[in-house]
Design a protein around this ligand. Sequence first.
Ligand code: MN
Length: 253
Amino acid sequence: MTGRVSAVKPVIIISADWREEAGGAIELGNWYVSAVIQAGGIPLAAPPSEDFDDFESAASDILSAGSALLLSGGPDVDPCFFGQGPHRRLGRVNPVRDQLEMALARHALKRGIPVLGICRGMQLLNVAAGGGLVQDIQSSMPKALCHFVQAPRAYPTHWVTVVPGSMLHRILGHDRIRVNSFHHQACSPLAPGFVQAARADDGVVEAIELQPGQGPSHFALGVQWHPECMFRKFPLFLRLFEALVKAAQGGMP
Ligand code: MN
């Protein structure tokens, strides 16, 4: 060890997808990789596998290889993990990925490892911490906005109100932002210990974060939009990844 530990870039574990129907490929969008690098971290992909005998110990070992966890976007969380059967408009599920990510999220929360969940990753974080999901926004909330917009990935399509006093508000420094939207599910109810950090104008939860003051201060944030697709056009969104990297180095926003 030298005395220059702070100069070492932190390794950020990014959960990846496993697509049996795509020739068994492990997939991770380059957006996440780029965002972590641009924010000053070193990305390390963590693939799900049926060969893990025990997801709990696999998750624990994987987390030991990094300083923070980024839960990436992807398919729907299997509703069995929040006590429901499959809604008729449920999308693709991958319970293998769910099990590894749930274990990663729970271990990160327990060990105080910083975690950022994006889209599915936020929903997964909520479920792992004991919350639930609306399986299909259009079915459950007929007056909701369109949250699965056919548009270029970087293009913002709806407004979000950021809760004043939240960690997210400290990171972004704005009361109202416009975000992209590629989800048909939403967090509800929120997990114990988590609070809403942003909402769309129709009431859909657009960000959650761990409530402060419950044990040691700890970075656990989820956003429903895709900042990794927006940060090149709108540098504001790189702040989310910079906050994760800073938290990986022991700093809190
Ligand atoms: Mn949305």
